[in-house]
Write a protein that binds this ligand. Sequence first.
Ligand code: CO8
Length: 300
Amino acid sequence: LCPPGVLPLCCRPPAWDRAARPPPSPLQPPGLPLAPCRSFSNNKIQVELDESSGVAMMKFKSPPVNSLSLEFLTEFSISLEKLENNRACRGVIITSAIPKIFSSGLDITEMYGKSMEHYTEFWRAVQEMWLRLYGSSMVTVAAVNGSSPAGGCLIALSCDYRIMAENPKFSIGLNEAQLGIVAPFWFKDTFVNVVGHRIAERSLQLGSLHPAPEAHKLGLVDELVPEEKLMEKAAAVMAQWLALPDHARQLTKTMMRKAVLDRLVAHREDDIKNFITFVSKESIQKSLGKYMEMLKKRKS
Ligand code: CO8
């Protein structure tokens, strides 16, 4: 049984511990209609699975900026779980339905002026989302079609491959230091595993948001393409990754990621306690309050 306040998802076996799935179903014989496209949608995320290719398209659609609220994170984890449990699905492309924004990161209002119970529930949902995405046995491709600070960057970093629209106005990075907060160790581990220690160290301390061309140079994103070519490119990359046998790719992914995933699983409760202690400090609440004011002022 799940303890109160815990997402039911966390009680199920984690994806990275599961056996590799069977190979995809054989190609449809000529003359038969193509396998159906199944879609499901919740308030904040739209998912469409093309069963003939085994590829799902997941689009964030939570205006104005796809911030990662408790509701968003819960829906994200549930959507990933549904796809993970569907044998017809082998890969997922993650993108945004909101122009110019991939995701603005964790919803700051969830970390400001709330109760300890709320912080606990929220942080557990952040952990759950990352464990599901970073540990997914599916091929995950981020098609980053807008700005992607902090938690938005974490989502992209957790995928197997990142393609970004080449617009220099779009930026990506773990900018927590700019908010006066500190990226948790598993954000840092995910970042280091993509860009290496030195680049992560500098970028994290400065809380840098890198414009797309710079992000590409640093290896934070794998490829830049014109915005109108983004989805086409994502589909081509997905096809390339899916050309390999699932079991070999999945076991390799597990080998590369398990230690980092296990580290959070082993220290999950301590990580929640650390988050609550940190975020409820008066000085941190002040920093977050100021940052939110700055966002509002910038607008007017
Ligand atoms: N959370 C909540 N509300 C947000 C967020 C957010 N992350 N980002 C933007 N908003 C709100 C704005 O305040 C504004 O609200 P309102 O309409 O009421 O004034 C509305 O969304 C629209 O925002 P903008 O006008 O700024 O929209 P733009 O299109 O001009 O810019 C950006 C979009 C680039 C995304 C810009 O909003 C931005 O830079 N946002 C801040 C992003 C950010 O710094 N996120 C970091 C969140 S922290 C995190 O993810 C990891 C924390 C790890 C925890 C560490 C332990 C404590």
